[in-house]
Every structure is written in C-alpha cells, then in structure tokens.
Design a protein around this ligand. Sequence first.
Ligand code: CA
Length: 236
Amino acid sequence: MTKRTVLLIEDEEAISEPLAAALGREGFAMLVAGTAAEGMELFRDRGPDLVLLDVMLPDGDGRDVLRQIRETSRTPVVMLTARGEEVDRVLGLELGADDYVTKPFSAAELAARLRAVLRRAGDEPSDAGAKPVLEAGGISMNLETHTITKDGEPLELTVKEFELLRVLLERAGKLVRRRELVHEVWDPAWFGSTKTLDVHVSALRKKLGDDPASPRYIHTVRGVGFRFDPGDEPER
Ligand code: CA
C-alpha cells in the first residue's frame, strides 16, 4: 500500500514537530508548512491526499486557506482548532472541511480520524478486524460514521467525550484505570492532568443522563478508575 501524503499547516513547532513525527510513525508521509502562504504553495506543488489545517496562522486565518483550497479541489481537509468547538464546527464544516479536531488531542486519535476521512474520501482500505459498531446497555456507537445513539436517540458528544466513551464501551463491564484512560484519550506527553478526565467524565455522564450518586452507566472505582456497566439495572 502506498503511503498517503498529509500536508500539515501549523505554525507552532511545539505542535507540528511531534505531530509530524507521530503521524509519520502511523504510516503517513508528512509535509509541514508553518504559514498559510507556504501551505498553499506546497498544496499546489505536491498535491497531498489530505490537509491538516490550523485555524490560527501567522499570515492569515486557516479558514481562508480552506476557501482557497475548495476553489479548485475536493482534497479532504481536517481543521485543527483550539477555539470554541461549536463555532469552528459550524464555520469549518460550512466552508467544506471534512472534519475538525480540537487541541489537545492524541496522535493516535488524530491518525484514526484521518484514516476515517480518507476512507470516506474514497480509497483507503478499512482497518482489518476493526469493529465498526460498539453496543452496550442501550448505547450504540458507530466508529465509522462517528455517531452515537442512546436507546435509539442520537447523542451529541464532543471528540473527547466520544473517545472516552469508546474506551469504556470497548471494555464494558471491566475496570478501566484512570491512567489508561488518560493515555488512550489524551496523549500523556501532551496533556497530563487527570483533573481533565474527571471534567470529561462528568460532562459525559450528564449527556448520558447518568446520576453520579447512582449511575446506570459509568461507575466510579474511587481513586482507581471507571467501569461502564452494560446491564440495565441501576446499581444499589
Ligand atoms: Ca496556530
């Protein structure tokens, strides 16, 4: 299989260098540009398979770069953003972005998203043996379409909430340790605070309609981790 070429347009070297290295290890051929102008030049010259585009660039707004790309090309574009998610989601997707990722994110998560975008765009083969739908306790998560339902009703989750629930669902009924969750959902090298984990678990519980005092789904094992309960009975 030939390597897919990803053009990363990101000015912060503290992000672009480790990210390019990590995506390189994930099997992508990387091109890196630090400005919008350099990014457009590389885009025209090299014709990458996918563009990973930061919103805040020193010489312009990533969304203007996206507009320029869309004038001539359907090449998949994934936006990188540190801004408020809803705003960028609406703006980016209206302008023709294929997906967006909010910083901080792990390289593994991003690589999975890039593969999904490339698959949707056409010719990337599916991950062998990957299970596209996870189901437990009335929750159904489709990893291919990145959608989720609870008792048949669609749920709107942020990227991190989705990833957190994915890890818990994959190991439904079993204890998942805090450091494992942090490691899988956030790259610990980039993002070490486990307080963030609690904030996300709490937000996820809210969206699931879970009462933390008597949860149906996400049970706390104090100081150790969390367990997703696939059964229908609330814990007593
Ligand atoms: Ca930036």
